[in-house]
Design a protein around this ligand. Structure first.
Ligand SMILES: [Zn+2]
Ligand SMILES: [Zn+2]
Length: 70
């Protein structure tokens, strides 16, 4: 498995650019998951990849666009 360390230390705080709903990424394998658009829609994905953990995001609105909250 090729691990990409760039996914290890991402912030967990996200906000929807569309409706301003704040969302915290779930944890997986000791790190916050990140957003990836997969075939079935936007998912939280483990830093170790989709084969380790993925979870369809319970989106806040129709045009949900999650970005990192600063
Ligand atoms: Zn939203
Ligand atoms: Zn994992």
């Amino acid at each position: 498995m090729d691990l990409d360390p760039k996914y290890q230390n991402l912030p967990k705080e996200h906000i929807c650019e569309n409706c301003k709903t704040e969302m915290n990424a779930p944890m997986h394998c000791g790190h916050p998951m990140h957003v990836e658009i997969l075939e079935d829609g936007p998912n939280w994905v483990c830093w170790m990849g989709t084969s380790c953990g993925k979870k369809l995001i319970d989106t806040c609105c129709e045009n949900s666009l999650l970005i990192y909250r600063n």
